[in-house]
Design a protein around this ligand. Structure first.
Ligand code: M6R
Length: 613
């Protein structure tokens, strides 16, 4: 939530800041702002709405900082409002009373009201928690006359989560930063440096990054990087990571939206995850899983913790791992898990799934589990993110950057990692029959081609979207390993098209939701071939008897009685059918949202990484 970029170097400052900000727009888009240092003064410009609104109204001076200034320095922010409505006054950057400091922030300051009462002599211009920090820095700086020392003291006074980037007129070549529980990455260039919330903002200029850790603070100049940590206040040496993402990966590449591009990337994501981990019919996680086989064999229980779409992936994982690795799995929503005093015994493995690796509730759950000294495993799409670094081991989902707020390729990446991990465990525990293991791997290999088949002909889905996008409520039904896919189909539809949708286990329908059904209710039923197909066909019939419009995902040769709209899908191994069945549901949501002229990649009220509680 909220995107930050800071730059010091000789490039076209405003271009670097605005372009960087646009790459971070997925993190929030209520308002945005930019500040530069020129001629010893801070110039700031802010606007409500998307970054384009701010860019359109930028005054001329932002394009031509004082001529003699070769070195350019500035920062920018795109906001997802927490404290204070989206308005120009509440937009970042924020400035102190003496206009010596300018600051941007991502996170939440929990004790801001208490701090505000201590800062009575300061004049506040916004309703935000962030503005407190800049005044607090000003207050402390009056005594210390040292920005680093002031930041260190701020750390001790402020409660909550923050990634802060700050410029001080008295130290004009430096961009100061501090982080606790909100992500911040340094981009290392040649005679230039960057500070940003996420890699895509800097990818056009560098592929060398330093991921700041909790408690880190310091500064960058165009040639220098200094990092200290609150625990001992001495200079830290942090590893520089080379990320081989191509800047083109964060472009739309001719697709109308990032979401559509990312839907189409899924066969490749699945293929990448499989071929890089299967050698001579054996699954190998090489350096990813650092838990030895003896320990893995002893695992008696698994928890899977995640939010949103990642939680749905975890539910699929439960069905699969229990079936093949014969280990009981409990799946929890992170915001519930962290507050429910879970009973975690030794010989438990806790898996955390997160595309971003920065979701606040997931990370809080990780900290909690680490206190119990229990083995943790991350499944994550961002190398260097907090989850990636802090879990004992992490499996990388190999999707490349996911920009659309609605998660698609990250979901299928997570599924394939869970499948591979489940089979890997089953093999280590010797609880899977050799032939069955081999057959499952063979079936998994075939999945990308089936996914491509669906994506090559999306006409039937487009027609459905057109026909049903004016409906107000949808019901999605699934059973067994496809029940989580019903949940995911409903989540996709509601988050980008704003059509109300519920996902339900089909067998549970007569315990309540069937009362909702009438002729205006489209019911999407996942009825592809598998062990529960007959059962789901009975549920489909029950819905039809109440006049529902039935949209059914089926395979060739299935009965079509009672079905109003059939979506014909290739027949695949039941266990892997979620990888295939989710595609038409993602597409249905996408086309419905597009027809309704919704902002597909940046739906209202949402942000890509939920870095606050
Ligand atoms: O980055 P994470 O996987 O931890 O994010 C979790 C959810 O915020 C995310 O999946 C969200 O539900 C998506 N908008 C769903 O499309």
């Amino acid at each position: 939530m909220c995107g930050i970029i800071g730059y010091v170097g000789e490039k076209n400052l405003i271009k670097v800041l605005i372009n960087g900000l646009k790459k971070l727009e997925y993190r929030g888009y209520d308002s945005s702002g930019v500040a530069i240092l020129s001629g010893g003064k801070i110039f700031r410009h802010r606007a409500v709405g998307k970054i384009l609104e701010m860019e359109k109204t930028l005054p001329r001076k932002f394009f031509s900082p004082v001529e003699k200034e070769k070195l350019k320095i500035g920062l920018a922010h795109t906001r997802w409002a927490t404290h204070g409505r989206p308005s120009e006054e509440n937009a970042h950057p924020h400035i102190d009373c003496g206009e010596q400091f300018v600051l941007v922030h991502n996170g939440i300051i929990e004790n801001y009201l208490e701090l505000k009462t201590k800062l009575k002599k300061h004049k506040f211009q916004s309703e935000t928690d962030t503005e407190i920090i800049v005044h607090l820095v000003e207050e402390i700086y009056e005594k210390t006359r040292n920005v680093l020392e002031s930041l260190n003291t701020v750390f001790k006074e402020v409660k909550g989560s923050y990634a802060i980037v700050l410029i001080c007129v008295n130290e004009p070549g430096k961009i100061f930063f501090a982080r606790k529980d909100s992500p911040l990455v340094l981009g290392i260039g040649n005679n230039e440096n960057f500070v940003a919330s996420d890699i895509p903002a800097m990818l056009e200029y560098t592929n060398k990054f330093i991921f700041l850790e909790n408690g880190d603070y310091g500064f960058v100049t165009d040639r220098e990087v200094k990092i200290y940590n609150l625990k001992n206040n001495i200079e830290q040496v942090r590893k520089e990571h080379k990320i081989n993402w191509d800047p083109v990966m964060v472009e739309r590449a001719g697709y109308k939206h990032f979401m559509l591009k990312e839907i189409y990337e899924q066969p490749l994501v699945v293929k990448e995850n499989i071929v890089s981990r299967i050698f001579a019919e054996e699954i190998n996680f090489k350096d990813e899983i650092k838990i030895n086989d003896k320990k893995l064999k002893q695992i008696k229980k698994i928890f899977i913790i995640a939010c949103g779409t990642s939680y749905h992936a975890g539910l699929v994982g439960k069905y699969f791992i229990e079936k093949f690795a014969k280990i009981p799995v409990e799946v929890d929503i992170a915001s519930e898990f962290r507050y429910r005093d879970p009973l975690i015994e030794k010989d438990t493995l806790v898996i955390f799934i997160s595309q971003s690796g920065e979701t606040a509730d997931t990370l809080a759950s990780l900290s909690l589990v680490k206190e119990y000294k229990i083995t943790t495993l991350g499944i994550c799409n961002v190398i260097g993110s907090t989850l990636y670094r802090e879990a004992d081991s992490t499996i990388y989902t190999k999707c490349g950057p996911e920009i659309g707020v609605a998660s698609t390729k990250a979901f299928t990446g997570q599924l394939v990692c869970l499948y591979l991990f489940g089979l890997y465990l089953a093999k280590i525990k010797s609880v899977v029959d050799k032939d069955e293991y081999k057959n499952l791997l063979t079936s998994l290999y075939k999945i990308p081609a089936f996914m491509e088949q669906i994506l090559n002909d999306t006409n039937q889905i487009k027609i459905l979207a057109k026909k049903y996008s004016q409906k107000h409520d949808f019901l999605f039904l699934g059973r067994g390993i496809n029940y989580p896919i019903a949940l995911e189909g409903a989540l996709k539809l509601k988050e980008i098209s704003y059509i109300h949708a519920e996902g339900y286990p089909a067998g549970e329908m007569k315990h309540g939701p069937i009362a909702l059904i009438d002729k205006d209710m489209p019911v999407v039923v996942i009825a592809t071939k598998g062990s529960l197909m007959e059962k789901i066909f009975s549920n489909l019939e029950e819905a039809k008897s109440r006049n529902a419009k039935i949209i059914a995902l089926i395979n060739k040769g299935s009965v079509t009685k009672n079905i109003d709209e059939k979506v014909l899908l290739p027949e695949v191994e039941e266990q892997f059918s979620p990888l295939v069945n989710v595609l038409p549901l993602q597409l249905l949501a996408y086309y419905a949202a597009d027809i309704l002229k919704r902002d597909v990649d940046q739906p209202r009220n949402l942000a890509k990484s939920v870095t606050v509680e």
